[in-house]
Design a protein around this ligand. Structure first.
Ligand code: HEC
Ligand code: HEC
Ligand code: HEC
Ligand code: HEC
Ligand code: HEC
Ligand code: HEC
Length: 501
């Protein structure tokens, strides 16, 4: 024992203790593992979500923990020795001493390398948590419906964070905080099935959608070609070609009229909904470019201009119409029409429209069960009702059954209770109220001015009918309902009869 320094020769350093040694060994091992995984991730073409999680999230946490063990062990050792009465002075550092010089340079070199590596790693960790893989694939079960629909949408190349987070530090921090809660709720199964919408804290569209879509630049009309098939034996085709008067814009970039112009640029439209899903809107206020206010109230709602319902006064933005730009869960009617139109379903098979919609509208517990039952039901129908079709068109039938199963798997997610009818689409008015939430002929100002309801305010039908017998007129036709229902379509909202199933 050396009395002057209070040091035992054997116990030369506080770092010579089990905790620090284990920490040191673990740190070196983990560092090498991370380096190896990092190189692997760097070179692999495909993004592997689990590799990413281990490399950028889990392994670094363990590395930091084992690095912390080193000083922790030393500190514990020091207090132990203190209790035994040892005192240790700080070491003498002498830069004229070549050994000390070497040690100093080594320490600086290793620290710099480590810092650089940490910076690089942190950046990659950040990039990874912002990736579609992280958002869409990792929470496999929870995000499967949204991720699947997203992959089939016009925005399949736009990353989740571009709509859900956008740029800027404050939303970055908010998203990471709510993300932490989301990870907790996934781990403990605390999330809603289906995930509830509208998303309350969704970032305003001006800061997300409008970064890519410039509202002033919309102009003219967009042609929409709708192909329908009736539920009769022949799957009779019906077409409606219409020009959607999107309009919008601002001189000199575009004409100042139509759907977009009125809603977003010169006028502010505010509304109060009385339900969670924003489907019932009895009170609407328009503030014009000149600051003049007009309040429209739904007649039999019991509210008035001066007595609005309680609830959030929301300023209408893109999301109030385009609430499903990326997660489009198609209704059976829509999906089957589409597949018949492009030939994935064989329209020569009798009653295929009716039968496909029927099996898709049924409830199944899982994709697995749906596959078996859809196949079984359709085979049974043709076997018993159309034996001659069953034997002569077996291949076409098998192909069509395969398509129906495909439709189910891309639009229905029983595990998350997701399908078209839990997320109403606010564009249009066929199967959910959509535009008719306000344009329903009941919303009036105190003076009796009504929100427009004439069909030609929003679109012009230029051709309709059952091909080849089509009537056409570029100036617009009066709508003809594909099925004989008299004047019912004028008096009843389309969505009262049409449910999509
Ligand atoms: C083009 C923009 C856009 C992109 C890209 C996008 N989303 Fe969405 N997302 C939305 C909008 C808009 C809503 C509906 C908000 C509402 O109704 O309140 C939504 C809703 C959701 C919901 C709530 C449930 C639902 O279906 O409405 C989840 C979960 C979700 N998105 C996850 C994702 C994931 C995961 C990705 C990437 C794979 C993604 N989103 C990409 C715009 C987008
Ligand atoms: C990162 C850029 C980007 C963002 C952010 C973005 N979009 Fe898009 N959007 C696009 C592109 C690119 C297309 C064209 C896709 C195509 O035609 O294949 C598109 C297409 C569309 C279309 C036409 C779809 C169709 O059926 O042809 C609509 C509507 C739309 N976006 C609405 C939105 C809304 C609403 C948001 C905000 C929730 C949004 N977009 C956010 C890039 C973006
Ligand atoms: C009043 C409802 C409404 C609002 C609000 C609205 N849109 Fe639209 N938008 C429509 C309709 C209806 C169409 C016609 C095409 C369709 O049905 O998808 C359309 C079409 C589009 C298209 C496709 C245009 C084309 O040339 O193909 C884009 C992109 C788009 N909107 C983006 C936006 C963005 C971004 C916002 C917010 C600034 C917005 N919309 C606000 C109703 C709306
Ligand atoms: C929150 C209520 C609300 C919703 C939802 C709504 N609108 Fe409107 N819309 C209005 C009001 C208010 C006006 C102004 C009164 C008028 O011109 O009839 C208006 C006006 C219009 C106009 C006339 C613009 C012009 O050039 O004069 C068009 C076109 C239009 N809306 C299309 C749509 C479409 C398409 C949808 C559905 C995708 C829709 N609106 C959904 C409230 C709404
Ligand atoms: C407030 C605007 C507005 C009014 C008024 C309006 N529509 Fe529409 N309609 C739309 C929009 C927007 C769509 C596009 C839906 C889409 O993009 O899928 C649409 C779609 C349609 C479709 C195609 C349905 C589909 O999704 O396949 C038909 C048919 C139609 N409208 C008929 C009518 C008739 C008939 C009237 C008059 C009773 C009428 N509309 C009044 C906005 C309107
Ligand atoms: C009184 C009930 C009723 C009303 C109201 C109604 N429809 Fe229909 N609609 C039907 C029936 C029944 C069929 C035939 C269904 C079949 O053969 O599959 C049909 C078929 C259709 C079809 C073709 C089939 C398909 O695949 O969707 C379209 C398009 C259509 N209706 C549009 C509209 C529009 C747009 C409105 C509102 C302006 C409307 N309907 C209002 C009952 C109604």
């Amino acid at each position: 024992m050396n009395l002057e320094t209070g040091r035992d020769k054997k116990e030369s350093s506080y770092f010579q203790n089990w905790i620090s040694v284990i920490g040191g060994i673990c740190s070196v091992t983990l560092f090498s593992v991370i380096l190896f995984l990092f190189i692997l991730d760097f070179w692999s073409k495909q993004v592997n979500p689990y590799l990413g999680v281990i490399t950028y999230l889990i392994a670094p946490v363990f590395l930091i923990a084992s690095l912390l063990l080193i000083p922790l062990g030393a500190w514990r050792e020091r207090s132990r020795r203190h209790k035994r009465g040892y005192v240790r002075k700080f070491p003498h550092i002498d830069f004229n001493n070549p050994t000390h010089q070497k040690l100093a340079f080594m320490t600086i070199g290793v620290s710099t390398l480590f810092l650089l590596f940490t910076m690089f790693g942190t950046y990659h960790a950040y990039e990874f948590t912002e990736s579609v893989t992280f958002c869409g694939v990792l929470c496999h079960q929870v995000m499967k419906p949204e991720h699947t629909a997203y992959k089939h949408s016009p925005h399949a190349r736009v990353s989740c964070v571009e709509c859900h987070i956008g740029s800027g530090a404050d939303w970055f921090v908010r998203s990471k905080l709510s993300g932490t809660y989301q990870i907790y709720s996934v781990l403990f199964g605390k999330y809603h099935r289906p995930i509830e919408t509208p998303i309350k804290n969704l970032r305003p569209a001006q800061e997300t959608c409008e970064q890519c879509h410039w509202p002033r630049q919309f102009f003219g009309a967009v042609e929409q070609d709708h192909q329908y098939f009736l539920s009769d034996e022949a799957n009779t085709e019906w077409q409606t070609k219409m020009l959607m008067l999107v309009g919008g814009g601002m001189p000199p970039y575009g004409k100042k009229e139509g759907i977009h112009w009125h809603m977003n640029i010169s006028n502010d439209v505010h509304y109060i909904a009385t339900d969670e899903k924003r489907q019932v809107i009895p009170w609407v206020k328009v503030v014009g470019a000149d600051g003049k206010e007009e309040v429209y109230v739904s007649e039999d709602s019991g509210y008035s201009q001066a007595k609005p319902p309680s609830g959030e006064l929301r300023r209408m933005d893109c999301m109030d119409c385009h609430n499903r730009p990326s997660h489009i869960f198609k209704s059976p009617q829509e999906a089957v029409n589409e597949a018949l139109a492009f030939g994935a379903l064989d329209r020569t098979l009798p009653y295929l429209k009716r039968e496909a919609v029927r099996v898709l509208t049924k409830e199944y517990a899982s994709h697995e069960e749906a596959r078996g039952k859809i196949q079984g039901e359709l085979e049974k129908f043709y076997q018993t009702k159309y034996p001659e079709v069953w034997s002569s068109k077996k291949e076409a039938l098998e192909q069509s059954i395969h398509t129906v199963i495909d439709i189910y798997q891309t639009n229905f997610f029983p595990e998350m209770k997701v399908s078209w009818n839990v997320y109403p689409d606010n564009i249009g008015h066929l199967i959910s109220p959509g535009c008719f939430r306000c344009h329903d002929g009941k919303h009036k100002t105190a003076e009796g001015k009504m929100i427009r309801t004439d069909c030609k305010a929003c679109h012009v039908i230029v051709a309709q009918g059952s091909p080849p017998l089509m009537e056409t007129n570029v100036d617009g036709l009066e709508f003809k309902h594909p099925e004989e229902i008299g004047e019912a379509w004028k008096e009843t909202a389309c969505s009262d009869c049409h449910t999509g199933g």
